[in-house]
Design a protein around this ligand. Structure first.
Ligand code: FAD
Length: 308
């Protein structure tokens, strides 16, 4: 071994999966650190309301939920480090986790780097980010008061984004490639009850049109007829699925064809001592409660390994 292992468990990430892994690992007496960029909470920080979290029937904001788990993890004894991890590597019987200001040696690592919004890769998308193109309705919705906007996406979270943005915008077009977006009953009926939201089925955004450096319109292709038309919008909110953040693990563990880490039921990857949880692992259920469950499961597997 090239260095002393300072920790039993180093968790990389700061979302609900990471915080839960930190909570359960520290609670079982393992020396535990959680390393994340800037702030704890991950995707939850962007959610005004988290729904379908068992035991919390009423609305709870993502920051409140994350804050509670963060406090529990700290109380249990997990140590927090704020850094952007640039390397996770094997180091003797354990691992080394490095960032610009950090070098941590640990017997086990729980990878919990989550996922970022998938970008459709439209021409000019990068230039127009922050100038009409947004990946976060909660953060940017208030900039579009009484304006027309579009939301791009096929699933529940796109529908929820449309509802958030409709609190500000005068008109919201939910553009979906499907005949019907795949929504929960509650979201579908809230959209049906809104006079600001319309659903545009079997359509996709083909290109963006800028005027004076900001988004002015999107060109939309009708997937049934092939016809292309322009829709004047000041904002396009992209909620078109997520892309796992697995670049640090690419040369270390087995990934599935979507770039997600393959794990077994104990969140074990193909490398002993390295676990993967939450949005970046294959077959993830896509909900906050599942991220928390993954963290608890990985902590249990790590405990069994450390104590074996
Ligand atoms: C629009 C939207 C709405 C949603 N609504 C709900 C809902 O109502 N109910 C529900 O149950 N679920 C909801 N979800 C899903 C839920 O938010 C996620 O499944 C869950 O938060 C994922 O947690 P995670 O810990 O796996 O990842 P994330 O929350 O993405 O956390 C990953 C963390 O890792 C950190 N990180 C990444 N790379 C590094 C690095 N190199 N070094 C250090 N740190 C790093 C990031 O900064 C981040 O803190 C929603 C998701 C979206 C996108």
């Amino acid at each position: 071994m090239s260095g002393t292992e300072e920790y039993d468990v180093a968790v990389v990430g700061g979302g609900l999966a990471a915080l839960s892994a930190g909570l359960f690992a520290a609670s079982s007496g393992l020396r535990t650190t959680v390393v994340t960029e800037i702030v704890m909470g991950g995707e939850l920080i962007n959610l005004e309301e988290v729904v379908r979290f068992p035991g919390i029937p009423g609305p709870v904001s993502g920051s409140e939920l994350a804050g509670r788990v963060e406090a529990q993890a700290l109380e249990a004894g997990a140590e927090f480090v704020f850094d952007d991890v640039t390397e996770i590597a094997k180091d003797g019987t354990g691992f080394v986790v490095r960032g610009p200001d950090t070098e941590i040696r640990s017997r086990t690592v729980v990878a919990a780097m989550g996922a970022g919004r998938r970008r459709p890769g439209l021409d000019g998308e990068g230039d127009l980010e922050g100038r009409g193109v947004s990946y976060c309705g909660t953060c940017d919705g208030p900039f579009f008061k009484e304006k027309s906007v579009a939301v791009l996406g096929d699933h529940e979270f796109a529908g929820r984004e449309a509802l958030v943005v409709a609190r500000y915008a005068s008109a919201v077009t939910l553009i979906t490639r499907r005949g019907e977006p795949d929504l929960s009953t509650a979201t579908r009926s809230a959209i049906d009850g809104s006079d600001r939201i319309r659903v545009l089925p079997r359509a996709e955004v083909e290109s963006l049109t800028a005027s004076d450096g900001v988004l002015g319109a999107v060109r939309i292709r009708d997937l049934t007829t092939g016809e292309v038309s322009a829709l004047d919008v000041a904002g396009l909110f992209v909620n078109d699925g997520v892309a796992p953040r697995t670049s640090l693990l690419r040369d270390l563990v087995e990934l599935d064809p979507d770039g997600r880490v393959r794990v077994d039921a104990g969140m074990r990857t193909s490398v002993e001592g390295l676990f993967a949880v939450g949005e970046l692992r294959s077959d993830f259920a896509g909900y906050a409660i599942a991220a928390a469950g993954d963290g608890a499961t990985a902590a249990g597997s790590a405990r069994r390994l450390v104590r074996s």
